[in-house]
Design a protein around this ligand. Structure first.
Ligand code: DMJ
Length: 611
């Protein structure tokens, strides 16, 4: 990466001098060939890269026109016009359709440095192009030369659309790729399954339209009674915030704009309610941050900072581990009995908030909590199920990867990948080694993870939950494809044996312990990672099964419902926000263009918000 930075800057320097003759007032930023960047930004192999010249003329025209939407927005003082285009809102009154050419008005460009107002040749802007997606690098004028804007576009239904945007300032944002490359294999995903991606998108629209019609402005849709539910008696817009980035990734421009406007105008955290720190962090803070990173809508970041600040008192315990609940208005806390997942699944969100606001306190508090928990692991390297944040004492010493511990493992790995913090590398490696040694179980029904006593390592249970089906994905991301594949084979059995996966089974006897299905995403998430890293079509085939069964068993007239029982397929009047944030997002990404989210540059939080 350092080599890339040197190359990138020096090429840009040379080009800069010859381009000082400003062009027309229509466009904004200077473009750079930046071929060196392509080598780094690429999610795939060099062999699959094609020169920009191979773009057909229609595609070239579409991309060129889309780039014309990128203008200086003086009101916001930012180069955000393109992102407005991406989300469908617009500043330019002459614009008639998303991604068509925009002639920025004088008022928009008046303050832009003259050197920025040039029309770039399209083949200088595109640095990597494949069948259905492209990476574009745009060095920022008027800022540090090493700062560039990175865009990703996909071709959807014949049109090029922006799906992703991020400011790359190597000084401020060390790329995740510099660390993730050292553990993850490159992507082997092949092409797009447009028909399946479109089907998933349709199902998403079905659920979203149900929410809009019957639950607009509330937390969640009740998909059977056609009503709504607010978690705390008043709304925190759980579904719109959780679902926003899925809409952006799916190219649902109008829906994303509606959701964003609702959030911008009505969401307030100044409420006298006790909230669950963990749930609010992963769903709302995560959703606001990824929404901001994909849209550059500053209101979303302001909301995220306000929320993060209101959650901070949760960490004021004698150990630094957070209380379960915190009052958003008063900062009072309650419930010191917690678990590793609730302590250790906060850092990706709070760390990202630190990065975006420049305030280290969020990262520091969340890291301290994780380290405090890790420090209380047993000599065998295992953590238990229940811990008191005031005394630091374990009250349940059962170790497992099921709900309550699950995402603690996930965040040990991902904190290392996202922030490059080597402390987490060591913590992840020692923790996963212990989990593999004491919890991993080669049973006659397949490879699973069961329960063990954290002090003795002795096996104490054989239950595997639907929640634990995230682990193949985490193992694959860590580079352990062997265990990842074997565990995914087992969890797929768990799904197909019962038609839909039950909440929990005894894997020795393959019998149901809890027969509900909560519209959970984890098994689909793992299929997505495994397809990404292996390119094995088996995982897309699994995706066909998941979609078929979801539609057959869970679809209602206005949305999708959890199941009371996978035996009877009786539906329950619940559609959790994660169904739109995670379940349908991972299912879509499994079939979408491989570069839709670049796993070398982004890390998903546990609610599937890309950070
Ligand atoms: C989501 O809120 C998150 O994935 C969390 O880590 C676990 N539970 C749900 C989905 O099942």
């Amino acid at each position: 990466m350092r080599t890339f930075r040197r190359l990138f800057v020096s090429r840009y320097d040379r080009r800069k001098m010859s381009r000082e003759k400003a062009g027309d007032r229509m466009l904004i930023c200077r473009m750079s060939v930046a071929l060196a960047a392509a080598l780094v930004i690429s999610a795939g192999t060099a062999a699959s890269q094609q020169p920009a010249a191979s773009l057909d003329s229609v595609a070239q025209a579409q991309i060129r026109n889309a780039l014309r939407g990128f203008y200086f927005d003086r009101a916001r003082g930012d180069w955000n016009g393109l992102l407005d285009g991406m989300l469908g809102s617009k500043v330019d009154a002459n614009r008639t359709a998303p991604f068509e050419a925009i002639v920025a008005s004088d008022s928009l460009t008046r303050d832009a440095p003259a050197s920025c107002l040039t029309t770039p040749p399209i083949d200088q802007a595109i640095i990597e192009i494949r069948d259905n997606w492209a990476h574009i690098s745009v060095p920022r004028c008027g800022t540090a030369e090493s700062t560039s804007d990175q865009f990703r576009m996909i071709r959807l239904e014949g049109k090029w659309r922006f799906v992703d945007f991020r400011v790359l300032d190597p000084a401020r944002h060390p790329p995740a790729s510099s660390t993730s490359a050292s553990v993850s294999s490159p992507s082997r995903a092949q092409g797009t399954d447009s028909a399946m991606a479109a089907s998933v998108r349709q199902e998403f629209l079905h659920a979203w339209r149900g929410y809009k019609r019957y639950a607009w402005g509330h937390d969640e849709l009740l998909p059977l009674s056609k009503s709504y539910h607010d978690w705390y008696g008043r709304s925190l817009l759980m579904t719109p915030v959780d679902a926003l980035d899925t809409m952006i990734l799916m190219g649902l421009v109008d829906e994303a704009r509606e959701a964003r406007e609702l959030i911008d105008t009505t969401l307030s955290f100044d409420q006298d309610i006790y909230v669950k720190n963990f749930e609010i962090t992963i769903r709302l803070l995560g959703g606001l941050l990824s929404g901001y990173e994909l849209s550059r809508d500053k209101r979303l970041l302001a909301l995220a900072e306000d929320l993060g600040t209101r959650l901070l008192p949760a960490f004021d315990s004698p150990t630094g581990m957070p209380y379960v609940e915190v009052n958003l208005k008063t900062g009072k806390v309650r419930n010191p009995r917690t678990n590793p997942a609730e302590v250790g699944t906060l850092l990706l969100e709070l760390g990202t908030l630190s990065r975006l606001t420049g305030k280290p306190v969020f990262y520091a508090k969340a890291k301290r909590a994780m380290v405090a928990l890790y420090a209380r692991r047993s000599p065998r390297g295992l953590v238990g199920s229940t811990i008191d944040v005031e005394t630091g004492a374990w009250s349940d010493s059962t170790s497992h990867i099921n709900g309550g511990i699950d995402s603690y493992y996930e965040y040990l790995l991902k904190a290392w990948l996202l922030f490059g913090d080597e402390d987490f590398k060591r913590m992840w490696e020692s923790s996963v080694d212990a989990a593999n040694k004491y919890l991993g179980d080669d049973a006659s029904s397949g490879f699973w993870y069961g329960q063990a006593n954290m002090y003795t390592g002795a096996r104490v249970g054989h239950q595997f939950e639907a929640l634990a089906a995230f682990f193949p994905g985490t193992l694959a991301l860590s580079g352990d494809l062997d265990r990842a594949r074997r565990l995914q084979n087992s969890t797929y059995e768990m799904w197909t044996t019962f038609g839909v996966e039950p909440e929990s089974i005894d894997y020795r006897t393959m019998t149901i312990v809890d027969d509900g299905y909560e519209l959970r995403p984890e098994i689909i998430e793992s299929a997505y990672y495994l397809y990404h890293f292996t390119g094995d079509d088996r995982y897309r085939q699994m995706g066909h099964t998941f979609l078929r069964d979801l539609v057959a068993c869970c679809k209602t007239q206005v949305g999708f419902a959890a199941l009371t029982s996978v035996r009877t397929h009786a539906q329950r009047d619940v559609m959790q926000s994660y169904f739109l944030a995670e379940t349908l997002k991972y299912l879509y990404l499994l079939f979408a263009a491989p570069g839709t989210v670049d796993l070398r540059r982004h890390v998903f939080n546990t609610e599937a918000h890309p950070l």
